[in-house]
Design a protein around this ligand. Structure first.
Ligand code: ASP
Length: 336
């Protein structure tokens, strides 16, 4: 991508990589329900933000245009490789990724661990389609471009901008099914606020990311398969063996502190000699899971720390690109 003929040499050059979602959705005029995600192309989205050219020179690429439930690992690899490639250009200052909200936090965390640049990478979306009354996409896009163009954002890892909030990719979660303020980091807090185009940073993530992450996807065309098993009262223990046959690792969305029944534990123990790590995370949505001497005495049982099940799945998959050693994977979950 050549950014020749920059429109305004005083402004930063921001590349928007678009993937679809509700931000690019269209439906019945004024309505917020029953619309189709991933319909508008990125050029039309940019045109809907009248003052975007006052805060940055924006360049765009449509990577894909889908509902984010249809995002795949191939899209992740394409996005991360594209960012890694374009970020080498001196005339590129930052990135914005537009994405559906349903799986936005997963893509953001994957990028946080796999892009190799200090340049800002901001992920955003919208809860209302572009055709709704008070669509939230244009302001989220405007603020994301502003954040990507701000020097304070350098070296902060991948961030999510949503409804005036700035969140770290590692800690952010979708916490509401329909409200515009649908993202939050619960106990772990936001990184700061956006007011119009100005960021106000309050916190910083201390976890390794981007250039400090040990994970490198260059040359990979797939990732180790990790499946999530959701525990509930009377949950069928045979699901563990079923998933193990198809997976290189398993994440448990456990009750409370990442726990499950004694029947599940028996099945999980059987996976230890089979070389299948089982990371314990929680279905509660917040809190920390540390070593439990009773459960984690099997080397393959690994506490998931503060990662949600879907984030633990990403970290386990990337960990498995480097090692199958249980104790090394355990360390990775302590550090990241
Ligand atoms: N189903 C949509 C998506 O994730 C929801 C959204 O973007 O808000 O693509």
């Amino acid at each position: 991508m050549l950014l020749v003929n920059s429109k305004n040499s005083e402004l930063k050059n921001i590349v928007i990589l678009a993937t679809g979602g509700t931000i690019a959705g269209t439906g019945e005029s004024g309505k917020t329900t029953n619309y189709e995600a991933g319909n508008l192309d990125i050029k039309s989205l940019i045109d809907s933000v009248s003052n975007i050219n006052e805060i940055a020179n924006v360049y765009s690429e449509q990577i894909v245009n889908v509902d984010s439930n249809d995002i795949t690992i191939n899209h992740w690899l394409t996005l991360a490789n594209r960012i890694n490639e374009i970020s080498k250009q001196n005339d590129v200052d930052g990135f914005v990724i537009t994405h559906g909200t349903d799986t936005l936090e997963e893509t953001a965390y994957f990028l946080d661990l796999t892009v190799k640049t200090n340049k800002p990478v901001i992920v955003t979306g919208a809860m209302r389609p572009s055709t709704a009354t008070s669509a939230d996409g244009p302001l989220n896009l405007y603020q994301s471009v502003a954040l990507a163009a701000n020097d304070l954002s350098k070296g902060q890892g991948c961030m999510v901008v949503f409804a005036d909030g700035i969140y770290s990719a590692r800690n952010v979660q979708k916490v509401n099914t329909f409200k515009t303020n649908a993202f939050n980091s619960i106990d772990l807090g936001c990184l700061g606020y956006m007011r119009d185009n100005i960021p106000y940073f309050l916190n910083k993530s201390i976890k390794p990311h981007t250039v400090d992450s040990e994970f490198d996807i260059l040359g990979l065309n797939k990732l180790p398969q990790v499946s999530i098993a959701y525990f509930n009262i009377d949950a069928d223990p045979s699901i563990i063996d079923y998933l193990a046959k198809k997976s290189d690792g398993i994440v448990i969305a456990g009750a409370g502190c990442g726990t499950f029944s004694s029947d599940w534990l028996k099945e999980i123990r059987k996976l230890e000699p089979r070389g299948i790590p089982v990371v314990r995370s929680s279905r509660t949505g917040s809190g920390i899971i540390l070593n439990d001497t009773a459960i984690d005495k099997s080397a393959n049982c690994i506490p998931g720390n503060t990662l949600s099940p879907s984030k633990a799945r990403i970290l386990l998959s990337l960990a498995l690109t480097k090692t199958v050693d249980y104790s090394k994977i355990r360390k990775i979950f302590e550090v990241y």
